[in-house]
Design a protein around this ligand. Structure first.
Ligand SMILES: Nc1ncnc2c1ncn2[C@@H]1O[C@H](COP(=O)(O)OP(=O)(O)OP(=O)(O)O)[C@@H](O)[C@H]1O
Ligand SMILES: [Mg+2]
Length: 260
């Protein structure tokens, strides 16, 4: 079972949009997929029309395997299940900070479904906290959307520095440019500078700014369902290919039925 986190210390950069489309692409490829919504806002559960899990409280998430597995819901799509968030998830940090071995707790909780899923996608809230440290520990890869603007660049530098200072493997980071507007000089310059500084940490995929991504909230479907052949859909497929190649170590292990 592989664990892929969609994470950024910055809000509103496209984490949820990436998580939803990556989860859908994995499921379509034949991989048994669980999308785990760790954000109390519950946006990824909303996109898949899954209601908040009333019965799974913050503490039970990490301690009660039965409740954790019973809170998992099916989706409208084959091979794709959702663990919906609820508002109590906002207390994850307080709870984790009081626990021993808090960094290992998420990995341990997710082990409960090892065997049921080939891949777990984590949709994370935006901050550097006890929860995110647990995410960094649990995840095989951390997919980070970066909007090519000055503030997003700064946030990425802070995240990279945090990884270094904490002795985490920076090779876990898979970064892609999000909401790219080709006509903006600032976007072009920022992307060139970051690619220059961080090299392979940045994937080739550039997710364009697209109303198709915004329309996911209207249709409550991944963009890959209704805009597969348009720029955003094609970019999410390219993102899936790149992430999957890293996660399966150059093999195509996750793709049991060919391209999603
Ligand atoms: N490529 C894109 N083009 C246009 N709009 C986008 C794109 N990606 C995301 N958005 C829009 O930007 C907003 C934020 O996106 P999203 O919810 O995916 O970000 P997030 O990083 O998960 O935010 P949060 O930190 O609040 O969890 C949403 O309204 C979404 O529709
Ligand atoms: Mg989000």
């Amino acid at each position: 079972m592989k664990i892929i986190a969609c994470y950024s210390n910055k809000g509103g950069v496209g984490k949820t949009a990436a998580a939803v489309n990556l989860a859908y692409a994995y499921a379509q490829s034949g991989a048994r997929t669980l999308l785990c919504d760790l954000d109390p806002q519950g946006a990824s559960s909303f996109y898949f029309r899954v209601k908040p899990s009333k019965k799974l409280k913050d503490t039970q998430f990490f301690e009660d395997v039965d409740r954790f597995t019973r809170a998992i819901r099916g989706s409208d799509y084959e091979n794709l299940d959702i663990l919906p968030a609820n508002l109590t998830f906002r207390d994850f940090d307080v709870f984790l900070s009081r626990m021993k071995n808090s960094r290992s707790r998420l990995k341990k909780a997710l082990k409960a479904v090892d065997g049921d899923y080939d891949v777990i996608i984590l949709d994370c809230p935006p901050n550097i906290s006890s929860l995110s440290e647990a995410v960094f520990k649990a995840a095989d890869r951390v997919v980070v959307p970066v909007i090519p603007t000055t503030l997003s660049e700064r946030s990425f530098e802070q995240l990279f520095a945090f990884f270094k200072e904490s002795g985490l493997k920076t090779a876990k980071l898979l970064t892609f440019f999000s909401m790219v507007q080709g006509r903006k000089t600032l976007h072009g310059e920022t992307m060139a500078r970051l690619r220059d500084s961080y090299g392979k940490l940045f994937l080739s995929t550039e997710l364009p700014f697209s109303t198709d991504v915004e329309k996911m909230g209207v249709y409550r479907e991944p963009a890959l369902c209704f805009a597969r052949t348009r720029p955003a859909g094609r970019a999410y497929l390219a993102l899936f290919d790149e992430v999957n190649a890293h996660v399966s170590g150059g093999k195509t292990a996750m793709r049991t039925k060919g391209s999603p």
